[in-house]
Design a binder for this molecule. Structure first.
Ligand code: B12
Ligand code: SF4
Length: 499
């Protein structure tokens, strides 16, 4: 089987909660590497905003295209869908390869769920040798990072591949493989850029072992050149850097900014970074270079919790950095987590207190992981696995979670993002008082964020959420009855929106 006649389908499994307005970067990187090696590649993201696909629809696409190999990205929240997809694809006869964060943390697991092999860690250097090994053109034991079963069903785990030191040597993401219409043709379609990998942090809840502890980065010139090319090819003017902590190397960050300023490119951009990885001089510079938003993982207002989860910042640093960010014309966005197993409602009050203080400056970002999720491979998981029976929760019906939907959850839980789902999973057996505190935490986020949308909207929206919660406590059926008409109108309205 030569590479030129070989078809590879790369898939991202379906989910109710993910709504992608751009194609996942990992698929674009692997697509580029495979094309360069002569393979025919197709990318299917089942969560593409304007073409959300079910497992059955993905299988239909595969049946029609008849790939020789299918590569599936596995992230923990979607691993059950990933395995369901693998079983449904199995009869088509293509070899199935898994990769991504979950596959890296638990590489043996996908082999028990229909995959032929697993690639651990960064995929760019491994995917081509892995496909060659799966088609019998090279010995499997020669591929670093490959995990597979032999004919006797014995699992072999080759040594991990070395981290890619020279990130500039990687090809640019294969953005031409993306069908813009699937993602709603938004201006953000080609806005994502990765500029670095790895984080030296050791946050107790973070499943970030994929790219290692060493901070590696692309050169400033490679980054700015990619921005210019994206502007030229797709008209992108606003960019999102997907790095975990973009500013870890200040010298490189200065070079990126200096070029953006000197060449007067007029681009704007958002990034994520750590509270301890910025200072006044840097904020001034990034602001002049077009930075419009910085996402910070603040996580807690409780000094004892910050210490226990090994956050490198203090509450005092947060109090200084957040308003300072806003002073430089950059919107600070904050991620918080509540529900650590050692926290009681009083401990959460410390976080609520900090959030109230910050609310004039910050936009809060509610997310699934805003209520602690014990991801495998994290310190939290290791510490509390026994005590809370967490073993393989991601495979269980009771503890799996996805976004609540209007069919299954009350209005207030659906609107308040994913809170309902993680509370349903009840990883840490919260008391009713703790659940009420978690509700207060989400309500505070929404009340603060709604302020930007005007008094009338804020008052009505908060009233609807409070009524929904009260009614649901009295009787879930009553809540459903009261909100049936407004929800039906909403459904009708959203179904009229263009696909
Ligand atoms: C951007 C991002 C998102 C975006 C995705 C948007 C999009 N269009 O892709 C959004 C905001 C939607 C998102 C959501 C969530 N995310 Co997220 N996200 C990221 C982030 C910051 C960057 C991803 C990225 O682009 N990386 C760069 C590319 C190049 O790397 P990659 O995708 O991992 O791919 C490489 C390898 O994994 C491998 N690979 C990947 N797929 C495959 C497939 C095959 C066949 C092979 C061989 C190899 C391979 O090769 C690739 C190239 O080296 C990562 C952190 C990180 N630094 O990676 C977290 C991360 C992936 N997210 C994570 C989590 C937990 C979430 C959320 C649950 C959190 C939340 N906030 O609620 C939700 C998931 C919701 C759900 N129901 O699934 C975790 C996953 C942990 C885990 N155990 O699975 C990560 C690792 C963050 C962390 N440190 O904990 N996320
Ligand atoms: S700083 Fe961010 S990426 Fe680094 S370990 Fe902590 S949570 Fe993970």
């Amino acid at each position: 089987m030569s590479a030129s006649s070989t078809r590879v389908l790369l898939l991202y499994p379906p989910s109710r909660s993910q709504n992608h307005y751009s194609c996942p970067m990992g698929m674009l990187m692997l697509g580029a590497v495979l094309e360069k090696a002569g393979y025919e590649v197709r990318l299917v993201d089942a969560n593409a905003m304007a073409k959300r696909l079910t497992v059955e629809q993905v299988v239909d696409i595969a049946r029609q295209w008849q790939p020789d190999f299918i590569g599936i990205t596995l992230v923990t929240p979607l691993v059950r869908e990933g395995y369901r997809l693998a079983s449904a694809l199995r009869p088509l006869g293509a070899k199935l390869l898994a990769g991504g964060p979950h596959a890296t943390i638990l590489p043996e697991e996908p082999l028990e769920h229909g995959f032929d092999a697993v690639v651990v860690g960064e995929g760019e250097l491994t995917i081509v040798p892995a496909l060659e090994a799966l088609s019998g053109r090279r010995p499997k034991e020669s591929v670093a990072g490959l995990v597979y079963c032999d004919a006797q069903s014995e699992v072999h785990r080759n040594p991990p591949p070395p981290l890619i030191e020279d990130l500039d040597s990687l090809p640019l993401p294969a953005r031409h493989l993306v069908n813009a219409a699937d993602f709603g043709d938004t201006p953000d379609l080609h806005a994502h850029i990765f500029t670095s990998r790895g984080c030296p942090g050791r946050c107790a809840y973070c499943a970030g072992s994929l790219f290692g502890k060493k901070f590696r980065f692309r050169s400033a010139d490679a980054v700015v050149n990619e921005m210019i090319a994206l502007h030229r090819n797709y008209g992108t003017r606003h960019f999102y850097f997907v790095d975990d902590a973009m500013t870890m190397d200040r010298q490189r960050m200065r070079h990126i900014c200096q070029r953006l300023i000197e060449e007067k490119l007029g681009f704007t951009w958002n990034m994520m970074t750590r509270i301890d990885a910025v200072n006044e001089e840097l904020l001034d510079l990034v602001s002049r270079a077009g930075c419009k938003q910085i996402d910070y993982g603040i996580e807690s207002g409780n000094p004892a919790t910050l210490k226990q989860i090994h956050k490198p910042h203090t509450v005092e640093m947060v109090r200084r950095v957040v308003p300072m960010t806003q002073r430089y014309g950059i919107q600070p966005v904050g991620f918080f987590i509540v529900g650590f197993p050692w926290e009681d409602p009083t401990a959460v009050d410390a976080t609520l207190g900090l959030m109230k203080e910050l609310s004039p400056y910050i936009v809060f970002q509610p997310a699934i992981a805003s209520v602690l999720v014990p991801f495998p491979g994290t310190e939290i998981y290791e510490r509390f696995e026994q005590q809370y029976g967490l073993d393989q929760w991601w495979l269980s019906d009771q503890r799996s979670y996805d976004a609540p939907s209007y069919e299954t959850h009350p209005l207030y839980q659906v609107v308040m993002n994913r809170m309902g789902a993680v509370l349903d999973a009840d990883f840490f057996h919260y008391s009713p008082a703790m659940k009420a505190k978690v509700h207060e935490f989400f309500r505070l986020m929404y009340a603060s964020n709604f302020r930007r949308r005007g008094l009338a909207f804020r008052t009505l929206a908060l009233m609807a959420l409070d009524v929904s919660r009260r009614l649901h406590q009295l009787s879930p059926r009553l809540e459903r009855l009261v909100f049936r008409i407004p929800l039906a109108v909403r459904r009708r309205w959203t179904s009229r929106l263009p696909a």
